[in-house]
Design a protein around this ligand. Structure first.
Ligand SMILES: Nc1ncnc2c1ncn2[C@@H]1O[C@H](COP(=O)(O)OP(=O)(O)OP(=O)(O)O)[C@@H](O)[C@H]1O
Length: 578
């Protein structure tokens, strides 16, 4: 609750005024039957005449207008408070997800995070809105109508007790049965969103593997499961409402039966019975409202728990304890000291084991190794996309944990293996590297990444709109734009994680040449599958099974490292056979 106070505070006035205005409506609702009974008993039966009826009628119209004003105002403030609350909560939830480490992100699937950001927040918003409109109205109307019922005829009021067992069953069902069912329903919605998101993002792969039918089946399964879990949860709603209506009708019948008898023996007037029937229905309506509040409350509680789970996730990679938050990366020296790392902390096997090496400023270093040998994992420790479990990673002789994340990541530019571009123009995408970059700087970086040529061949040049993820580009073009984007950051350390795999060898060589001029002082780490991509490097690190099995120049490794020479000859053989 304490956590949510933050979201109530800015809208506190709406949170207070809304329910107060709803009370105006409640007072009117309680007044109306009384005024009606007076018209019947004194105006029609009592013979006070038309002027009394008109006076009472005018009073009823004024009451109805006040009720309307209260109702409209109450609804307005309820919407204002609940949407404001939800908007702020959603922004904070999104901010929390943005500050997640890669490790945190790995724990959730995207579909589930989308459901939490949208549907779960909407559930909480709806519940709040309902609470603000009904929380005072329902008990207010219940108490008001009960008082009136007891004042008018205490004996007849006992008939209202008929409702109690129905109400008890309804509340029990809602609390015990509905809550877990709503939680399950949200989980199924997660699954549906994940399936949809995965399918739509990768629709081209689906089509190229002719997996449409399989995907349809997968979607159908997720959709059917959602339908079934919804029906399962809604059974409670389905049962609750008619049960309450039945209770309402039985109680009204009991009141009319006992009240009618009292009219026959002359101990009650018709006007009072009419008012009484109204009060009974008000009592019952307010009880229905209470059960709706509990019902939607239990649904919203299931959603709130899921939102809370994200908000309470400990971000395991922050710069809160960094000792030198204001220093920046100046030279680009990198050192690994006895570094061990694994993704799943319970796993026995290390993904990287006892890594020890130094890369001096300005050096070009290649990293070679079989797939899964740990190349990407190794370089991701430098900009702290993950943290080492043992040992230290140092940049310019300072532990990476002692930099602010912003300064470290500004100094270390990484082109990830999975390149992603965003919807927008090419220029907008490149400006991710530097929002304030001049056109000249953008052109130069694109030139270095061998992208300027193909960009200018497009009709709209740098203003060409990219589809989502850069769909309207070839793999090699995308890779070159991603390199240009990182170059614009002017990093002191540039890491290319297999980022030229889709570029032909001649263009790749040109990119490497341009790095020598453009990034003269910067340290360059190049992960590659082709030895030709790193053959000229000052140093090559050879990985196998998460361990360094060789380090040196190409010539040294050819003499000393069997793994390296095997990779070399396998690639030469392929060339010869080709
Ligand atoms: N996000 C992750 N969560 C869990 N395990 C992972 C994750 N990323 C990689 N791994 C595992 O860590 C090991 C090393 O993977 P890594 O991506 O570093 O290898 P790599 O040498 O870069 O491979 P490739 O050449 O195929 O890109 C592999 O066994 C892989 O399954």
């Amino acid at each position: 609750m304490k956590r949510y106070w933050k979201y109530v505070r800015p809208y506190l006035s709406a949170f207070i005024i809304g329910p107060i205005l709803m009370i105006v409506e409640v007072i009117g609702e309680v007044m109306m039957p009384l005024l009606l009974s007076k018209i019947i008993d004194y105006g029609i039966s009592g013979g006070r005449g038309i002027s009394y009826i008109i006076a009472m009628g005018i009073l009823m119209v004024i009451t109805a207008l006040c009720m309307m004003a209260g109702g409209v105002g109450g609804a307005y403030f309820a919407i204002k408070a609940s949407t404001g609350f939800a908007n702020d909560l959603r922004k904070d939830l999104f901010k929390q997800i943005q500050s997640f480490s890669f490790n945190n992100i790995d724990q959730y699937n995207t579909g589930s995070l989308i459901t939490r950001l949208t549907n779960d927040i909407t559930q909480v918003q709806n519940m709040l809105q309902m609470m603000l409109r009904m929380a005072l109205r329902a008990p207010g109307m219940l108490i008001g109508a009960l008082i009136m019922a007891f004042v008018l005829n205490p004996k007849l009021a006992m008939a209202i007790l008929c409702i109690v067992p129905f109400l008890a069953i309804a509340i029990y069902l809602i609390l015990k049965v509905a809550f877990p069912r709503f939680t399950n329903m949200q989980k199924k919605l997660d699954a549906l969103n994940t399936t949809t998101q995965e399918n739509l993002t990768n629709i081209r792969v689906v089509k190229s593997f002719v997996r449409e039918q399989y995907e349809e089946k997968k979607f159908k399964k997720a959709s059917t499961e959602l339908k079934e879990s919804t029906i399962n949860a809604m059974k409670i709603v389905i049962f609750t409402m008619p049960a309450m209506t039945l209770a309402m009708n039985i109680t009204t019948l009991a009141v009319v039966w006992f009240g009618g008898n009292q009219i026959i023996i002359g101990s009650m007037t018709t006007g009072i019975l009419t008012a009484y029937v109204n009060y009974v229905s008000q009592i019952l309506i307010s009880l229905v409202m209470v059960s709706i509040i509990i019902l939607s409350g239990s649904r919203a509680l299931a959603s709130a728990k899921r939102i809370d789970e994200v908000l309470c996730t400990d971000i395991d990679l922050t710069d809160e304890n960094a000792l030198h938050k204001d220093i920046t990366v100046k030279y680009g020296k990198i050192e690994f000291r006895n570094v061990c790392f694994k993704y799943y902390k319970n796993n026995e096997r290390w993904v990287l084991e006892n890594m020890n090496f130094v890369i001096n400023p300005g050096e070009t270093v290649g990293i070679i190794g079989s797939t899964g040998s740990g190349k990407s994992s190794l370089v991701q420790l430098i900009p702290r996309l993950y943290d080492a479990d043992r040992g230290e990673v140092l940049v310019d002789d300072v532990n990476v944990k002692d930099y602010s994340l912003k300064n470290l990541r500004n100094g270390v530019g990484i082109v990830l293996q999975k390149n992603v571009l965003f919807s927008g123009t090419i220029k907008e995408n490149l400006k991710w590297g530097d929002q304030n970059a001049s056109d000249e700087a953008i052109y130069q970086c694109a030139e270095s990444a061998q992208a300027h040529g193909f960009i200018t061949s497009f009709q709209d040049g740098y203003d060409t709109e990219l589809g989502q993820g850069g769909v309207n580009l070839s793999g090699g073009q995308k890779q070159r734009l991603c390199i240009a984007r990182t170059l614009l950051k002017k990093p002191k350390v540039l890491i290319l994680d297999d980022s030229t795999s889709a570029v032909d060898t001649a263009t790749e060589a040109k990119i490497r040449e341009s790095f020598k001029i453009k990034l003269k002082g910067a340290t360059k780490i190049i992960i590659a599958q082709r030895i030709s991509s790193v053959i000229d490097a000052d140093k090559i690190i050879v990985l196998d099974g998460g361990k360094i099995v060789g380090m040196g120049t190409h010539a040294e490794l050819m003499r000393n490292c069997q793994t390296y020479s095997e990779i070399y000859y396998s690639q030469i053989d392929k060339k010869v056979t080709a």
